[in-house]
Design a binder for this molecule. Structure first.
Ligand SMILES: C[S@@+](CC[C@H](N)C(=O)[O-])C[C@H]1O[C@@H](n2cnc3c(N)ncnc32)[C@H](O)[C@@H]1O
Length: 284
């Protein structure tokens, strides 16, 4: 497990594409999406995985955590944190210096670096594309009309077979949803919820990706999907005595039996996840 072979040297436009927004972040906030990325074949089978964390916020902690989680699966992964706010790059580099000194719980040799950058996704010199770009809680602060352009900018910086994961979550990372994309467009939509004490999966309506959050209205597919999820969860209350995982698995199984095109199986469901093709929720 080494450091990146060459430090990231931003290439492309000198002015990063995008705007500085609120930098709210927190330890462990992105564990659910990190776990999802860690099992994706686009990551596990990549030749030399480079994962970009775009818009890491006021602290580099979720970028360091991303490396910690992914390096358990692929010890050769490198993670590049990009932030449009230069002051936040300075903060993260100070944190990284503390990591290198051995003063933190992170491995001193963590293959992590921090650079200034935006949706143009500057990559290390000589690197053609990123394996995965995680952009979490970034686009939610933009206008809905900005989404398509940002998606296009980011996906064109993926290596062949790479994936952009763009989503939103609450402050504690208990209520999350994301869309994953290739240069061909959005592929899937995933909801991931902490099941303990979950009252209703409808809570995810507050944490939908920007492309969907304004579309949760009658007549839109995402509205129909969330209503179906909520209805199945209510009906599965008979399984509650067997535990929340069984209740969730029962709800998702029922949706599949109703004909919803559920992707994946119980191994994901028991984590509080459910994934459908983007076409099942795409704005009309
Ligand atoms: C709410 S924080 C999210 C932090 C972290 N990703 C998380 O989910 O906890 C959003 C960050 O994205 C940054 N940002 C916004 N637009 C950006 C862009 N185009 N490129 C890079 N960073 C951007 C903002 O400056 C801000 O620090």
């Amino acid at each position: 497990m080494g450091r990146p072979s060459s430090p990231a040297k931003p290439v492309g436009p000198s002015k990063p594409v995008g705007a500085i927004t609120r930098g709210t972040t927190g330890t462990n906030r992105l564990r659910r999406v990190d776990r999802w990325i860690a099992h994706r074949p686009e990551f596990t089978r990549a030749a030399a995985p480079l994962v970009v964390d775009l818009g890491y916020g006021g602290s580099g902690v979720t970028t360091l955590e991303l490396w910690s989680r992914l390096s358990r699966v692929r010890s050769d992964v490198s993670v590049l944190g990009l932030e449009i706010d230069p002051a936040r790059v300075a903060v993260a580099r100070e944190q990284l210096a503390a990591v290198r000194s051995g003063a933190t719980a992170f491995a001193p040799a963590a293959a992590v670096s921090f650079e200034r950058g935006g949706f143009e996704v500057p990559l290390p010199a000589g690197r053609r594309g990123a394996t995965v770009i995680r952009a979490f809680n970034v686009l939610r602060q933009y206008a809905e009309g900005d989404v398509a352009g940002a998606w296009a900018r980011m996906t064109e910086r993926l290596e062949p077979g790479g994936l952009l994961v763009e989503g939103t979550c609450d402050e504690l990372g208990r209520v999350c949803s994301w869309v994953d994309l290739t240069p061909a467009g959005p592929q899937r939509f995933t909801v991931s919820l902490r099941l303990a004490q979950l009252e209703t999966p409808a809570i995810v309506a507050e944490r939908l990706p920007k492309a969907l959050i304004h579309r949760n209205v009658p007549g839109e597919r995402v509205h129909e999907w969330l209503a179906a999820l909520e209805g199945a969860w209510r009906k599965a209350s008979v399984l509650a005595p067997y535990g929340v995982q069984q209740r969730w698995i029962g709800a998702v199984s029922a949706l599949r039996d109703e004909g919803w095109p559920i992707i994946g199986g119980r191994a994901r469901w028991r984590l509080g996840e459910v994934t459908v093709p983007w076409s099942a929720v795409a704005p009309s």
